[in-house]
Design a protein around this ligand. Structure first.
Ligand code: HEC
Length: 293
């Protein structure tokens, strides 16, 4: 073989380049991901799942849930928002004039149209959004100027995007969210909703179990398959089992029988309610509703 050396070098470069791109690159970028802290609260993030929920991840994986569900919330942007929350001793019309008079401040000039536009037709109802945009200097400046005259304002960072608008999360998913997941169940097809925050939307274990047993018993016309084999239909003994599902009439088993979840179903439900990727982080900031109060 005359070209043995060339073939070797070509193969080495081809495999080497893919190794660099597919293994080394991502490892360098994400391999150092570690526990971080939640903004404001300082709690650790993410929190290790309970034992049952950790096993539940494998049930999720084994049943192909990721074929129809993703666990990744996308976000297109973030905006700084400031709203008036308390007028102090002012009337809204006076305040409108005062804010309009502030528009000569150089930092505010660029967005003066947006701000005066927001105030047009305002009759004093609160909270009133004054500004929503990219500039955090506008927010801090307006906040300072209004505070000086006794008006209370609330600055917030909000996230935007279609997933956020659908209520699937409050912020985008970041690498740290998946630290304790092995393997990570990102999914790439959304026949059903994203589940990254299903533990916030549906925190009730019984709801989760009933939905798995008979999706249509809780969501009318659901097209999700029923995972009946994760449950046992058994004859009711002297007493009914404490964990037997309470089902609507149309979904009840035959008289004298009850539906009880298998350990796998319970683990899966524990995993689902543990999916709560919504803590504000340095790499994905936003102002939680509760912190504003
Ligand atoms: C063939 C596609 C498909 C598969 C497979 C599937 N789902 Fe679903 N899932 C759906 C659809 C469609 C919906 C929306 C209707 C509904 O809520 O029942 C849904 C809804 C859900 C919801 C409620 C979401 C919400 O926002 O209310 C949960 C929780 C859920 N699925 C969990 C699972 C789990 C766990 C598995 C695996 C055991 C699974 N799904 C497998 C299609 C699927």
């Amino acid at each position: 073989m005359k070209n043995g050396f060339t073939v070797f070098v070509a193969a080495f470069v081809a495999f080497g380049a893919s190794w660099l791109g597919l293994v080394y690159g991502p490892l360098k970028q994400l391999g150092v991901a570690k526990e971080t802290t939640v903004l404001q609260l300082g709690d650790k993030w993410p929190v290790q799942r309970t034992g049952a929920a950790t096993l539940g991840l494998q049930v999720y994986r084994g049943n192909g849930c990721a074929a129809c569900h993703t666990e990744q919330v996308h976000q297109t942007g973030a905006a700084n928002v400031i709203s008036i929350t308390d007028l102090g001793s002012h009337k809204s019309s006076d305040l409108k004039d005062f804010i309009t008079s502030l528009m000569v401040v150089p930092e505010l000039m660029n967005c003066s149209n947006a701000i005066t536009g927001n105030l047009a037709g305002w009759n004093g109802e609160l909270p009133k959004v004054l500004y929503c945009g990219a500039q955090d200097t506008v927010v801090s400046l307006l906040g300072d100027k209004l505070k000086a005259v006794g008006v209370k304002t609330e600055p917030r960072v909000i996230t935007t995007g279609t997933d956020i608008a659908r209520g699937w999360g409050t912020r985008q998913s970041v690498a740290a969210d998946y630290l304790y997941d092995s393997p990570v169940q990102l999914g790439n097809l959304r026949a059903g909703p994203d589940l990254a925050t299903i533990g916030v939307r549906a925190p009730d274990l019984n709801w989760q179990l009933q939905h798995l047993y008979a999706p249509r018993s809780v969501v009318k016309d659901s097209t999700m398959p029923a995972f009946r084999y994760l449950f046992t239909v058994q004859k009711i003994g002297t007493l009914s089992a404490p964990d037997a599902l309470v089902l609507p009439k149309a979904f009840e088993p035959a008289d004298g029988y009850e539906v009880v979840p298998t350990p796998a179903a319970k683990e899966l439900a524990a995993y689902l309610v543990s999916l709560k990727n919504n803590a504000p982080l340095y790499e994905a900031p936003f102002t939680p509703i509760t912190a504003a109060k």
